[in-house]
Design a protein around this ligand. Structure first.
Ligand code: PRP
Ligand code: URA
Length: 209
């Protein structure tokens, strides 16, 4: 069974509280999401393997660790997932970015795919699926399933806020996938929004409402 990693840190908590505030502007919301994504990235990458390479310092030649893998793909679920890309890219500028476009049908709450574009050979890469909100889990489950159908077997999921229902659903559908979140909230309301949550992440990032 994949693990649930709740990444708690005073800086992350304080920034997330600002994001939850309905009076926080889109500009600040985007900046905070980028900053938290970078901070979360530190824990999301903690188990990455290293290998030794020979380096000549100004003093002598010695073996030092570097990353063993050299192919990483950040996969934002459009649109809100885009808000997490820049922070993670700052931490891993060598990573590639693939996009999956999913939108929840407002009546059924089921995700519908409208875009899919991955880097060449991405099946071999370490994949980080990113989306600020894990509500019912439908979008994440579909995104991960479509990556697996194309041969990916090293996938982790990174969310800002999760509802317990979403965590349970992803773990049931994809028991091999580790989930990283900054907070697990109380639950979902009748519109399948996370409670207390932060509202509609896409709208708040892009100022569409
Ligand atoms: C939001 C969010 C997730 C999804 C979470 O996207 O960014 O992708 O809902 O809900 P779920 O866990 O119940 O699937 P939305 O469909 O609002 O699209 P947007 O990012 O374009 O705003
Ligand atoms: N999508 C969001 O943007 N927010 C929620 O609370 C649930 C789904």
């Amino acid at each position: 069974m994949g693990s649930l990693h709740v990444i708690t840190h005073p800086l992350i908590e304080a920034k997330l509280t600002r994001m939850r505030d309905a009076n926080t502007s889109s500009q600040e919301f985007r900046s905070l999401l980028k900053e938290i994504s970078l901070l979360m990235g530190y824990e999301v990458t903690r188990d990455f393997q290293t290998k030794m390479i020979s380096v000549k310092t100004p003093i002598m030649r010695e073996e030092f660790p570097t990353l063993k893998e050299d192919f990483f793909t950040i996969v934002p679920i459009l649109r809100a997932g885009l808000g997490m890309v820049d922070g993670l890219l700052e931490l891993m500028p060598f990573a590639h970015v693939g996009h999956i476009g999913l939108v929840r049908n407002e009546e059924t709450h089921q995700p519908e795919e409208y875009y899919y574009k991955m880097p060449e050979g991405f099946e071999r890469s370490v994949i980080m699926v990113v989306d600020p909100m894990l509500a019912t889990g439908g979008s994440a489950i579909d995104a991960i399933a479509s990556l697996k159908r194309r041969g990916c077997d090293n996938i982790r999921l990174v969310n800002l806020i999760a509802a317990p229902q979403g965590v349970d659903a992803v773990r049931a559908a994809h028991p091999d996938v580790d989930i990283y979140v900054a907070a697990v909230d109380e639950g979902l309301n009748e519109n399948a929004y996370i409670v207390p949550g932060l509202g509609d992440a896409g709208d708040r990032i892009f100022g569409t409402k």
